[in-house]
Ligand binder design. Structure first.
Ligand code: ZN
Ligand code: MG
Length: 455
């Protein structure tokens, strides 16, 4: 491409963004009909046309961009989506438009105009087809299909590719075909789980094909193996492939789609790696149901009779909460010793047996900070595959304010003002740093800032 063509393209992007910011629907539509790829392009600080239209409350432009299929989940360099921006600037008609998930739901659940926050690790990229897990013939068939995708894990880290020298760059999961992993599937130490099939795009009304003769979408499997890691990498075509050494940092660099797949795969594989023997009698167990069940081999074992939860992958619920000061204008954040310098985050803790989510929030906050909590409200949740938590994000209102930290759990807890929190998202002299946007803590804090800002 010549530099002349390049600058013409940049100019088109600029004109497109400008039209969206001004609310010029005619020009937005004309430019899009000539160059459809403009739709998700961004300019200064990562602002897209949708964000600019949302900022200025141009409902008709937002509607047009959405109908052209623009990505409403993309974020600018301050991690704000178009919805965040519309909410922040008080354009309620625009935020309603961006937050709408399904028109019918509003009637069934009145008052639920709250947009369901999509957290990192939450996207359901594959259709899990759980009913197929017991269909051995079908699974066998899919395993050797040439279109089937395999993800390869060693020590619970997936093979990824990406520029090693650029710490901020996106990583991609390495996808293998049957012939590249065929030998591994024969080995007894290999754990294989069925993840699901790729979701079909909605069929267009013009192509009304019947189920007969239609090719099935590619199936995805994940493998965990204890083979030598360096040797495994030789199966890759690209030189840049590697196993992330620090999963809880590196796995935050995937796309939303791939993060969703990893959340599922890594949690199930981690369960297999820790629960090799029957928790009831200690006998060996066998994999069933496409990798979603381990059954005891001892025919006399109690775990084979009645209802038990030892055979299925576990999920551990964790409450994570932003505690708001009784004055409504400060929030409580704490830091653990292991946090990076100056980082403060929401308090969190495991739910105990026989405890409600609300009681877990009150107990954990009081244990860790000495602050007493009254009302608790659920906001959104996030699967966290290190190894298998479900982070349940809540807002909570404090009924006392004196802080006394439990130094075993956290080293400091503080009330931060709304302005200090806003500054931490991009101000010039932040009082502290917030966790990265991929964490639910970040999203809870952002949610609180957006709640009653009438700027
Ligand atoms: Zn047993
Ligand atoms: Mg705790």
């Amino acid at each position: 491409m010549t530099s002349l063509q390049l600058s013409a393209q940049e100019e088109a992007v600029e004109r497109f963004l400008d039209a969206a910011a001004r609310g010029d629907l005619v020009q937005v539509s004309t430019l899009l009909s000539h160059v459809p790829s403009l739709i998700n392009r961004s300019g200064h600080s990562g602002w897209t046309a949708l964000m600019l239209a949302a900022r200025n409350g141009h409902c008709d432009v937002v509607e047009a961009l959405l109908s052209h299929g623009c990505d409403k989940f993309s974020v600018n360099s301050s991690s704000q989506s178009a919805y965040d921006i519309a909410t922040f600037w008080g354009h309620r008609h625009v935020s309603n438009l961006l937050g709408r998930t399904d028109d019918g739901c509003q009637r069934v659940l009145p008052g639920s105009d709250l947009r369901q926050q999509e957290n990192y690790f939450s996207r359901e990229t594959l259709d899990r087809l759980s009913a197929k897990r017991t269909d051995k013939v079908w699974l066998e068939d899919r395993r050797s299909d040439p279109d089937t995708v395999y993800l390869l894990f060693s020590n619970l880290s997936p093979v990824v590719s990406g520029p090693r020298e650029d710490a901020g760059a996106e990583l991609k999961l390495c996808r293998f075909r049957y012939e590249a992993v065929e030998d591994l599937l024969q080995k007894p130490a290999t754990v294989l789980i069925f993840l699901g099939v790729e979701k079909r795009k909605k069929p267009s009304s013009s192509s009304s094909q019947t189920a007969d003769g239609v090719q099935e979408p590619p199936a995805w499997f994940a493998i965990n193996t204890d083979e030598d890691a360096a040797e495994l990498l030789q199966r890759c075509r690209e030189k840049s492939c590697c196993f992330p050494k620090t999963p809880d940092r590196d796995l935050l660099k995937l796309s939303e789609e791939e993060a969703g797949v990893v959340a599922q795969a890594r949690s199930v594989l981690a369960w297999h790696s820790r629960y090799s023997f029957c928790p009831t009698c200690g006998s060996s167990t066998g994999l069933e149901d496409g990798g979603y069940k381990r059954s005891c081999r001892n025919s006399g074992c109690r775990s084979l009779k009645g209802v038990h939860n030892t055979c299925y992958p576990r999920v551990d619920p964790v409450v994570i909460m932003l505690v708001i000061h009784p004055d409504g204008n400060q929030c409580l954040l704490g830091r653990k010793k292991i946090f990076p310098v100056a980082m403060f985050s929401c308090l969190a803790g495991f739910i105990e047996p026989g405890e409600t989510m609300e009681e877990a929030v009150r107990r954990e906050v009081e244990e860790e900070s000495g602050v007493k909590v009254g009302p608790v409200q659920y906001v959104s949740c996030q699967p966290w595959p290190m190894p298998s938590n479900l982070m349940i994000g809540c807002l909570a209102v404090a009924v006392s304010t004196a802080i006394k930290v439990d130094e075993d759990e956290i080293e400091e807890a503080r009330w931060f003002s709304r302005q200090q929190v806003i500054d931490s998202f991009g101000g010039t002299r932040p009082a502290f740093t917030v966790p990265p946007r991929q964490t639910i803590a970040h999203q809870l804090i952002r949610h609180w800032i957006g709640m009653n800002s009438n700027l």
